[in-house]
Design a protein around this ligand. Sequence first.
Ligand code: SAM
Length: 261
Amino acid sequence: MSSRIAQIRLVSSHPEVYEPCDDSFALVDALLADRKNLLEHKPTLCMEVGCGSGYVITSLMLMLGEEANGAQFIATDINHHAIRVTQETMEAHRVHAELINTDIASGLENRLAGLVDLLVVNPPYVPTPEDEVGREGIASAWAGGENGRSVIDRILLVALKLLSKRGWLYMVTLTANNPSQICRQMRKKGYDSRIIVQRSTEEESLHIIKFWKDFDIEVDAKDVVPNSNAAPAGVVDSVLSQFQRLSFWRSSDVNSSRSGK
Ligand SMILES: C[S@@+](CC[C@H](N)C(=O)[O-])C[C@H]1O[C@@H](n2cnc3c(N)ncnc32)[C@H](O)[C@@H]1O
């Protein structure tokens, strides 16, 4: 399995670029855990928002490999150093993606609207004062504003535009981000969700959530209020029950396979 993900020794670095960390590893582990489904899904356009060192997008390309059969890969980052570092990481692994230095998908939204079959995001999710969000350099890697949701909520709005009808989104969240509320919010837009990996460190509890369009979910066109707590009781129950089962899931979490580091 190790050859299917990026090797840490080949991941490039820069003082202003986020190094692969627990959250990056958890996201890659979630993708690995779902690899069989991803291969069957046959995504034609795959995208990462906030590629940092390139560890995740490179791992994604490696794990889909030749079986991805002509799939295209795009990655963006607001930090121009991250774009260069990702390019170096990809070259070291002999894979290729289109890299764009932009705010989320600014300038790409018309071109990519409704086309992205797979979107992966490890966003800046740390709760910080609002004025720390979007600062130059490494601070943009973690500064997430109030409840760590400022950038996450903007990314979700863009994701709704970019995802194809069969599009899947994998996103890292922290307990402080209120992931159950994010799931309720997405459900109102017609997306079902599942936690693929949950991991607790001394400092934080991370959830890697997968979202996909469920055409059986009734979407009220008027119901477009983001961050609303008001959801039908059944919806709240089904989402919350996922989070209540976390202690069980932790024990069945996929094991990290990073022996190729
Ligand atoms: C937590 S780091 C994750 C990096 C990498 N994906 C990983 O998992 O190791 C978040 C990344 O998002 C980028 N980022 C922050 N705000 C962004 C925005 N508005 N648009 C695009 N990228 C952004 C940061 O520069 C940083 O590289």
